[in-house]
Every structure is written in C-alpha cells, then in structure tokens.
Design a protein around this ligand. Structure first.
Ligand code: GLU
Length: 481
C-alpha cells in the first residue's frame, strides 16, 4: 500500500500556523513513508472561498518548501484537485444515496430550523435536526416545492448504535449515533458540504491517512457513516492537538500573528518555521529543539504526537530564528536582508564588502531579518533622524558640545581611517575631558547613528567613513547650538 495523505485547506483566508502545521505533519509523514502528499482545495463554500486565498495559501506552502506531488497545479491520476471542478462527482454520489434511501430532500427553512433549535434548547432537549423531512410523502414534497422552497439534501443517520473512531493519536473514541444530526450533504444551491465532499474526495483520491486538526474530530463519525454508506474503505485517522496561546485558549490574533505570511514579512526563515511547527505537538526526545528538514523526515512519527494541546511560544520561535540567523554565512545573510533594506526604501549604493561588514555587525543581535532595518538605517540615509529620547538624554548635557568637538577633531586628524585607529583616539576622550566613557561614547553614538542603540560604535564609524562621520557630528553640534 502506498501512503497517500492530503492537506485540504478551505481557501477562505491565508495559511495560518495551525494549517501550516497540519500540512507539515502530512508532508513529513508522506516523506517518511515514501508516500504521496496531495494538495486539495476545498472551495465548495462559494460565499467564503476566494481565488486570492488559494494563491496566498499556495504561496505560503511553497515558501515553506512543502511541495506537493499532486494538486491544483500539479497533474496527477486523481484530479482535478479543486472541489469546484469535481461537482459532478458529488452530484452522482448524492443521487446514489437518494436512490438507496440513505439521503433525503429537506425543505425546512433556516428560520424554521433556528426556531425549533431554540425551542428544543429551552425544553432541555437535543437541539439537533428533528427529522421533519425524513419521511415526506411524494405529495408533501410536491406541495413544498410549489411554495418555492429549495431543498437541501440530508444524510440519514441511523439512530442506534455507535461509531468507533480508531485514532492513531487519540486512541479509540466512541460516538453514539443518537447524538448525530441528519447532516446536510448538499446545499440548496447544489454545492456539497465539507463533510460530504471531503469523504468522496478522500476515497476517490485513495487517501490512506487523514491527518488533521482536532477541531475536525467531531466530523469524523459523520464522515465514517458516509464512507460506509457509499461503500468506501475507511482510511486511518490522526487528529492533531489544538494549538493554544500562553493562556490556554485557542491560539488567535490576540496572542500573536497567526498568518504564516506575517512571519515571512518579519523575516522568519522557512527552516525555522518548519522546525518550530514540527515541535508544536510533537517531540522526539523532549529535549532536542533544533532539527533540519532531513532530520525531521527521519525522526518524525505520528506515534509521538501529543494528545494535549500544544502551546505556542513566540519567545521560543524568536529565539530559534535568532539561532538560525547566527549560523548563517554572512554572504547568505546579506542576500537575505537585502530585500528588507530595499523594501524600507534604502539606497544601497555602498560596496558589497562594506554591506557585508555592516550585516556582520548586527548578525548576533537580530532575532528576525526585519530588525536589520531599524538597526542599520543610519548607514543608508544621507540625513538621519534623531531619536528624541536620545537627544534629550545625551545632547542636553552641558558636556555634549565638548565631547563632539573633540571627537570631530580626532576623527578628522586620522590619516588611516580604520577601526583600530578610531578606537585608539576616541578612547582618549573620557580621560581628557574627565568624563565617564559611557557618556562620551553614547553622545558620539547619538551623533552618528541618531539613537542610543546601534551596532558597535568604532566599527560603525569606520563603515560610515571619515567624511560622513565628521559631517554627522557637525550636524549634531549645530543642533545643540
Ligand atoms: N477544508 C477543511 C479545513 O480547512 C479540511 C479538513 C480536513 O482535513 O478534513 O478545515
């Protein structure tokens, strides 16, 4: 048997952390088992699906490197891979169920259903569909049609017995049929609902393992009934734990960004997102945190996925990104940060060698690539903006002027403008002026960088160059005056 798994997003928005983790676990499982990973777009809910979302999900998955063997843009034996292109298949299956008496037309209007639901709840009864249209006679149907009512198709759930779900992660779970609704499988507009289309697709696409979020666990017994009604063999199920924020409520925008794309925009590396997401619900030995993709393929198993919710920890993700960034070769890192600098509108007209030196200065300090912008902006701007707090703190002191004057003179006196010489002359100032080194260097830092936090000062001055450094100090002096 060839392992076949799928990721089946509903394109109603961007790819979020939970979706990406589901895709990753499926992908890893496929790789580990030399199986196939299928991408299927579940877009039958036409009011909520958009082409834009499809494009954005595909882009995020591709950036993560989670490539698929079959999908909307990759031909395979079981296509098409977009549900709106498979409507005839669902129609056929629905007709089959109708003919066999396993499904029926239901004419109840949404407002009637809502009213009944509320009444049932008030009486302490089950709010599920009461089966009013289950056994309609032909004439009754005719009358309802005449009223202009458009029916949905409901699946007839046998009311006794129970369904056993054998989940790789959750173990055995029993669902009693009597709690299940006669679920809608085809909407009034003729489109199939998720539970129906997913079963038909999973069966026809020969999906062997369904790996998805815990939020779908309650759909599983319903889907099993549909598999059985259509005579399809059952796949294996594996429901992944939910992802929570630090306060143990489901992860949402309140806790952190949830869109994968936001993390790319901030400069999280794809390898880091993969590494971090892999650990969100799975662990190898409870202590190893850094895994390359190949190590994950080798070590990942569904048996080690946890049952309890995974807690999303932004600080750990940031730490991991910083760790990966520090491992990069400066050349590589320079290539990676260039798009961020360009996006910030900086004119990068300095030689590549100098750019690399600048990047090397901040490599140890950044946790995500975008931080480079705030840390290096003053290198690329002709006129820097001064941070108001920094100006208040350093330039309002009476010694500021003499510090800057001395520094300017010393820097201009250098015939060889390199970091050693710069350090040598500037380190003399505290003693000469009888001031603390910190006050001296912070004052100079604000003058050349505009802020109190910058890469190391002497290197920064070297890279700015003699002329530019002196010019900035001069401007700072004018400002003080
Ligand atoms: N379209 C469903 C979703 O995005 C897929 C669920 C499943 O994997 O069966 O939640």
């Amino acid at each position: 048997m060839t392992v076949r798994v799928r990721f089946a997003p509903s394109p109603t928005g961007y790819l979020h952390l939970g979706g990406a983790r589901t895709a990753l676990y499926n992908w890893l499982f496929a790789k580990a088992n030399k199986g196939k990973f299928v991408l299927r777009i579940e877009d039958t809910d036409r009011t909520r699906s958009t082409d834009e979302a499809i494009g954005s999900i595909i882009k995020s998955l591709s950036r993560l490197g989670l490539n698929w063997d079959e999908g909307p843009d990759v031909d395979g034996d079981f296509g098409p891979y977009r549900q709106t292109e498979r409507l005839n298949l669902y129609k056929e299956a629905a007709e089959k169920l109708l003919n066999e008496g396993k499904a029926y037309f239901c004419y109840c209007l949404p407002e009637e259903l809502e009213k009944r639901r509320k009444e049932a709840l008030k009486e302490g009864a089950s709010p599920k569909y009461n089966g009013r249209c289950r056994n309609l006679a032909e004439e009754e149907r005719g009358l309802l049609e005449k009223e202009g009512r458009k029916p949905v198709i409901r699946f007839k759930v046998v009311q006794d017995g129970s369904i056993r779900v054998n989940d790789i992660i959750r173990g055995e779970i029993n669902f009693e049929n009597k709690f299940l609704d006669d679920l809608i499988i085809v909407r009034t507009d003729g489109t199939p609902t998720y539970n129906f289309a997913a079963v038909i697709d999973d069966a026809m696409m020969k999906i062997t393992h369904i790996i998805r979020g815990d939020d779908h666990l309650s759909n599983t017994p319903r889907q099993i009934l549909i598999y059985e009604a259509l005579g399809y063999p059952l796949p294996v199920f594996a429901h992944l734990p939910l992802i929570f924020g630090s306060d143990k409520t489901p992860l949402s925008k309140r806790h952190a960004d949830v869109a994968i794309d936001e993390y790319f925009k901030k400069g999280y590396l794809p390898e880091v997102l993969i590494n971090y997401l892999a650990l969100l619900g799975w662990s190898y030995d409870e202590k190893t945190t850094i895994f390359s993709l190949n190590e994950l393929i080798e070590k990942f198993s569904l048996g080690k996925v946890t049952k309890s919710p995974a807690i999303f920890d932004l600080a750990k993700l940031e730490w991991m990104n910083g760790y990966y960034i520090r491992q990069l070769d400066v050349d590589e890192l320079t290539d990676m940060v260039l798009p961020f600098l360009e996006e910030a509108g900086f004119k990068i007209d300095i030689p590549r060698g100098n750019l690399k030196k600048i990047i090397a200065l901040i490599q140890e300090r950044i946790k995500c690539l975008k931080e480079v912008v705030g840390l290096t902006d003053f290198f690329f701007k002709d006129l820097i903006e001064f941070d108001q707090g920094a100006v208040e703190k350093m330039f309002k002191k009476s010694e500021a002027m003499s510090i800057l004057e001395t520094a300017e003179k010393k820097l201009l006196s250098l015939s060889d403008f390199n970091v050693n010489e710069i350090e040598l002359v500037l380190r003399k100032i505290p003693e000469e002026l009888n001031l603390k080194p910190k006050q001296v260097f912070q004052t100079i830092r604000v003058a050349v960088a505009g802020k109190l936090i910058s890469p190391p000062l002497f290197e920064t001055i070297e890279l700015l160059g003699q002329e530019k450094s002196a010019e900035r100090i001069k401007r700072a002096k004018e400002m003080i005056n």
